[in-house]
Each structure stands twice: as structure tokens, then as C-alpha cells.
Design a protein around this ligand. Structure first.
Ligand code: FAD
Length: 452
């Protein structure tokens, strides 16, 4: 059957897989996308509910900086971006304190790591790095919370060198945006660009084995119910499943790719606990509410945007600003997330409310009274992600390049983990999908196959 023999099979319909398929479609190739879940988007998972004025993002939420890949889609798809106010409060001794120069201080730390790693041509963990600095205890806490929260990393394992950013990183903007109608608009736009005559997308199709030889691949799949499907044949494959899924080897690749697997094993899966709480009203939005909680009562209160509370079990909080919606999101990354994710759902919610009650100095019973619903997704327990996003362990920067390397003009690799400029982000995933598609297009002559 023609539909089972295409130029390329793309495994995974997240941002990377869809970006790759769109590129193949534009180049006139035929492709089949197999996606394990019953939806596209992968770690972009937007919930639209009539109960909420704004979409709820269980996965990616922010456009970090001004990445050209994402901004080009925002323009092409006529999406609206909300720029977030750059207001970061810290919770200290039960009070809130604005931290206006957070990014400047962070840049100084990055420069220091850069000097130290270059001088010694070495790499070390972030914890080791901290052990050799004279930063005040309070600032250390901020830094650890940032590495755990932003990079979802364990400071004892993460490569300090990887935190300074790669040379390929063009964009150093600290701006952050939200897509007003939800991040899923990006993947829907990518999908809308697939020529239906050339590209087929199959949901509920779990790839279990990828057999290959130069110029030929066979992908064995099962349906969501576990029923084996007829194998799919193609001339090449683009593998976009998350790094942590590759690491678990639930997709077996034959013949084995030992060098690739060794690279995968050296990279770490970052873990994240994210919970969106929907309240009856935004009780935190009044100036008086903020003012009563300021460390410096004489300072001008600013609307609550981000709050960093290193000592709380759920240490990062944000509101929906600039949208005025009664949603608060709690976030923990790295070891704190791992420990929360070991608990059952009720305990996680309980711990979340305890943390929020401390951070906002609101009695627990008031929160219970105001809370309407919560939403979360356990990305670490999900067999199709097995973590939130990748981080690089000590001495493993080169492993990321090995992960991205194509094999014999037949197997190509994409996904956030393969993008050294913007790993861990949607922009990185899109860029990686396009890169892998270009690599494939360069070696694969235009299709002689009939259209699907
Ligand atoms: C909680 C959380 C918050 C985040 N916040 C942000 C943020 O604010 N900003 C940002 O830029 N990024 C954020 N990210 C990261 C961002 O979501 C990812 O980097 C990006 O979406 C990854 O895209 P991808 O295509 O590489 O992988 P995925 O989106 O994971 O796509 C891979 C696809 O492969 C499928 N798959 C897996 N196994 C198989 C199989 N065996 N057969 C077939 N299909 C399979 C999966 O179902 C999935 O659809 C966040 C991630 C998480 C988890």
C-alpha cells in the first residue's frame, strides 16, 4: 500500500516533529508522522475550558526571549503575544521583596563560570562551582533555586559550563511572553502547513521498533490499545521522541546505535512539578494585599507576577499577568520536583496549598474556600516524555552533539534535547525539527513515490 511506503517517517508530533514534517512537505517529500498520544503537541499541552478566562498550560507556557523560530510563527499565524512584566518578588522571612537586578546578577555569575571553565578547560557541577565561590548564603539560595527551577536540574549533577549558554545563542533578551490564545496555536499552525496529499498524521500510534539499513527503515507500531499494526516503510526516519524516552529504550533501534545510546545516557532528564490553581477571584491583585506583605512597607507595591520562595516546598509562583485572571501557578524543578512527584495527587495539592499559604500569608482555610480547581500533568510518569526537559551533566556537552548527529543518511534526530542553542524550549524543538528535515532533504532526492 502506498501509504505504508513514504520518503520519511517522523516519530513524534510535538513541536520538533511537526516542524520537521512541515519542512518535508514544503520540499515535496512524502511522510508519515506517528504519534503515540491521541493529540499533537507533546510537551505543549494547553487546556481550554469555559471555566477559565485564559488557557491553562500544563506544559510549555512562556516564549523565553525573542527566538526567531517562534516569533516568525506568531507573525504568520496572527497570534497575539502578551509580554510579561519583569517583576520578580522574593519571599524572605515571611515577607515579599522586589529583586530588580536579578538578570544582571545572573549574568555576572555566568561570566564567572565562563572564566573559570575556560581557564581550567574544565567542567564541574554547579554545586562544586558554588563551593569555590564566596557568594553570600542568601544569594546561593537564589542561584540554586534558579538552576533547579529554570533548568529543572539537580545542581549536584548539572554541568556548570552548560549553564553559561552556547556560542550559537544569538538571543540574550530576558523578555518573556505568553501566547494569548495558548501555546497550542503554534503546533496547530505547524500542522496546518502539512500538505494532506503528501503527509499523513497518525495519532494513537506508538512506535516500538525502528529497523534500519542505509536508505531503508521499517517502523513497527502498536495502537493505543496495544494492538500491533502493519509495519510502516520509508527511506529515512526523523526521530523526535524525548531524550528521556530514548534513554529508557522503549523504542528499540536495530541495529543498535551504541554511540548514540552512550550519548543519550550521559544526558539527564530534568523533572518539573507544575500546578495551575484556579480561584474564585484574584485575591492577590489588590495593592493593599501586596502592600501588607512587603518587607519594606514604604516601597510602592507592584502587581504580583513572579514570586521566588526558596524555602517553600513549591518554591516558584506566578500569576497570569498581564491578563487579569484568577489563576496562580506553582512550580518546582529538579530534586524538589522529584520529591513532590513521588507523592500521590492529594498530597501534592496539599503541599502546594501549604506552600501558597506561607508565601502569600493567607490562612489555609481561606485558600480552601477560594479554590475552584487545579490542573497538573505528571511529565515524569508519562511514558511518552519521562521527564520535563533535558539538562547536561558534568563533562557531557559533546554528548548533545552526538545525540543530534544523523546516521548514514537514513536516521535523523530532532527534539529540544538536540538543540544546543535553545535546548529545553519550544523554540529549540522547532529549530531542531527544521535542522533535521534539512539534513534529510539534502541527502534524499525528491520523491518518486505517488502521493499518499
Ligand atoms: C512542565 C513544562 C513546562 C515547560 N515550559 C516551557 C516554557 O515555558 N517555554 C518553553 O519554551 N518550553 C517549555 N517547556 C519545554 C517544551 O515544552 C519542550 O522543549 C518542547 O515542547 C519539546 O518539543 P519536542 O517536539 O522536542 O518534544 P515533545 O513535545 O515531547 O514531542 C515528542 C512527541 O513524541 C511522542 N512520542 C514519544 N514516544 C513515542 C513513540 N514511541 N511513538 C510515537 N510517538 C512518541 C510524544 O507523545 C510527543 O508528542 C516546558 C516543558 C514542560 C514539561
Amino acid at each position: 500500500m502506498a501509504r505504508h511506503r513514504v520518503d520519511a517517517i517522523v516519530i513524534g508530533a510535538g513541536a520538533a516533529g511537526l516542524a520537521a514534517a512541515r519542512q518535508l512537505s514544503q520540499a515535496g517529500l512524502t511522510a508519515l508522522i506517528v504519534e503515540a498520544r491521541d493529540r499533537i503537541g507533546g510537551r505543549i499541552f494547553t487546556i481550554h475550558t469555559p471555566d477559565s478566562a485564559v488557557p491553562i498550560e500544563l506544559g510549555a507556557e512562556f516564549v523565553h526571549g525573542e527566538p526567531p523560530e517562534t516569533l516568525a510563527i506568531v507573525r504568520a499565524a496572527n497570534l497575539i503575544l502578551h509580554e510579561l512584566p519583569d517583576e520578580h518578588y522574593r519571599w524572605r522571612n515571611g515577607k515579599l521583596l522586589l529583586t530588580p537586578d536579578f538578570w544582571e546578577k545572573l549574568n555576572e555569575v555566568r561570566e564567572d563560570i565562563s572564566r573559570k571553565t575556560r581557564r581550567k578547560r574544565a567542567d564541574f557541577s554547579f554545586s562544586e562551582y558554588l563551593g569555590h565561590t564566596k557568594y553570600a548564603a542568601d544569594f546561593r539560595k537564589i542561584l540554586v533555586n534558579f538552576v533547579e527551577g529554570y533548568h529543572a536540574a539537580d545542581p549536584r549533577k548539572v554541568s556548570a559550563r552548560s549553564l553559561i549558554g552556547s556560542d550559537e545563542e544569538e538571543d540574550s533578551s530576558n523578555k518573556q511572553f505568553r501566547i494569548v490564545t495558548g501555546y497550542d496555536a503554534v503546533v496547530h499552525w505547524l500542522k496546518a502547513g502539512l500538505d494532506p496529499d503528501r503527509i499523513e498524521l497518525r495519532l494513537n500510534t506508538i512506535a516500538s521498533e525502528l529497523r534500519w539499513k542505509r536508505g531503508e527503515v521499517v517502523v513497527e507500531c502498536a495502537s493505543g490499545l496495544g494492538v500491533s499494526l502493519e509495519p510502516f516503510h520509508a527511506r529515512a526516519a526523523i526521530v523526535t521522541i524525548p531524550h528521556a524516552v530514548l534513554k529508557a529504550q522503549t523504542l528499540s533501534i536495530n541495529p543498535r546505535l551504541d554511540e548514540k545510546q552512550a550519548a543519550v545516557d550521559r544526558l539527564e532528564a530534568g523533572h518539573v512539578f507544575k500546578i495551575a490553581l484556579r480561584f474564585r477571584h484574584s485575591f492577590w491583585a489588590e495593592d493593599e494585599f501586596v502592600k501588607a506583605r512587603l518587607e519594606n512597607r514604604s516601597s510602592q507595591p507592584r502587581a504580583l507576577n513572579f514570586i521566588h520562595a526558596e524555602d517553600a516546598e513549591v518554591p516558584v509562583w506566578w500569576t497570569a499577568l498581564p491578563a487579569r485572571a484568577p489563576i496562580l501557578t506553582g512550580w518546582a524543578g529538579g530534586p524538589k520536583a522529584e520529591s513532590l512527584l513521588k507523592q500521590d495527587e492529594q498530597t501534592r495539592v496539599e503541599k502546594t496549598l501549604v506552600a501558597l499559604s506561607q508565601v502569600l500569608a493567607v490562612p489555609r482555610r481561606d485558600l480552601d474556600d477560594l479554590l475552584e480547581s487545579w490542573s497538573m500533568h505528571d511529565w515524569s510518569a508519562d511514558p511518552f516524555s519521562r521527564g520535563a526537559y533535558m539538562y547536561i551533566s558534568v563533562g557531557s556537552i559533546s554528548a548533545q552533539k552526538s545525540l543530534a548527529k544523523p546516521i548514514e543518511g537514513t536516521l535523523f534526530f530532532a527534539g529540544e534535547a538536540t538543540d544546543s542553542a535553545e535546548m529545553g524550549t519550544v523554540a529549540g524543538a522547532i529549530a531542531s525539527g527544521r535542522r533535521a528535515a534539512h539534513e534529510l532533504i539534502e541527502v534524499l532526492p525528491l520523491s518518486k513515490h505517488p502521493r499518499i
